[in-house]
Structures are given as structure tokens and as C-alpha cells.
Ligand binder design. Sequence first.
Ligand code: MN
Length: 259
Amino acid sequence: MPVLPNVLSALADGSVEIVDLTAPLSETTPVLQLPPPFANTIPFRLEEISRYDDRGPGWYWNDIHTGEHTGTHLDAPIHWVTGKDREGADVSQVALRKLIAPAVVLDFSDEVGKSPDFLLEIDHVRAWTREHGDLPDGGWLLYRTGWDTRSHDQAQFLNADETGPHTPGISVECATWLADEAPVIGLGVETVGTDAGTAHSFDPAFPCHTFVLGAGKYGLTQLQNLAQLPPTGAVLLTAPLPIVGGSGSPTRVLALVER
Ligand code: MN
């Protein structure tokens, strides 16, 4: 019995819904802002080549200016120094099997509503697995924080004050555990990066990048619409551009959900 016709009919009759987890890409898409002396990425921008005019009377097209880590995007292991020597760790080399994978959603939006510096701990994940079952082997842990409601506004999204950015993340212990013990292939977040806004001051700094990418796993950032996913059972289609040697890529992320 072939499977794909059943998938197509389920999509046609709505018993499987497609949820877009991708933020629109435009000049106003928030981008990370590192403090001096570090270099920063550019905002997304279209540069018009022609628009049914003298430069090309019958056609419209643009060049795009973007960083690899702009908008909804995938962090490949070589993004971080701890993953730089891994084989097959650039964004063009992600195994296809990992680009279609199960996902679970851990919802901590209430906690983050009380404190934007909320950190996910191992005990939070263990409490979730007692209720919902194990994390998916070869799948994604999607960390819902409600932060996607801020994604239309750079200042709200980065939420920085004189002490730096304040956005939710993951503790050092939990990042180590996700990297080395959890069966997942990666972590997806709604914030500008997988690490907390205050993670520059952790020991080590940026533990999610350090440990998760160092373990050959992946990060997915600036996701939205996680509220439309069930805690378990979604399947993620993750489509980074195969940028040869790239450390990441803007990525279309779609979820298939049984209704
Ligand atoms: Mn990134």
C-alpha cells in the first residue's frame, strides 16, 4: 500500500494541516545585535534588478542581501568553534533524513511572561516527559516562550536595556544535557538565537551554541506559530539553503499536524 497518496489526501481534506513556523523575511525582520568589538550581520534587503522596465521589460527580479543567520534560520554545527572540526557539519551537508523529523513542543510561555530571563532546566524537561512521554529520537525539541508575538519589532524582540538583552533561554546544565544525553537532533526557539539574552555572562558563555552545536546537533531560531502545534505528534519539514561551507541559512520551516 503506497503511503504518499494517503498523505496527499489527508492534506487535501484537512486531516493533516500545514502550519508555517517561518517568520516573513523583509527589511524589518529583527537581526541579532552584538556589542562592540564584535562584527554584526546585515539586515535582509531586496535590491531590484529590473521590474518590467528598461532593465528588463518583461520581468521582475531582485538580488537579495542577507546574513546566514537572518530571520527563521538553521544553525549548523560549524557555526560554533566547538563544532568547527566536525565532519559534514556545514549547512549544505545536513542529512536529508534530519530535514523531515518529529517535533515536540514544550510550552513555557506563562513562565516567560513573568520573567523574560526564564531559563529552561533539566527538571522542566523531565516534568514534561513524565506527562507526555520521551523526547523524540532523531527529532526536535521546540521551546515555546511566546516570544514570537514580539517578532514584528526589533526593539521588543531583542528586549535590551543598559545591562544587555533579556530574552529566554536554557541553563548551562540543560544545554549540556540536551547536547549529550537527550535523543533530539536539535533545539528550536522563538527568539533571535538559541541562547538566552543574558548567556554572554554564563559559564561557559552561550552554552546552547557551545554544547548543542559542539555535539553535531542543530539550532532553529525565530520560529513562530508554535502555539498551533500539539505537544507531541507534529512532523517538521526544515528546508535550509544548501550554502556550500555555510554556517547556517534562512530556512522555511513547516509543520505537519494531524487534526
Ligand atoms: Mn544563528
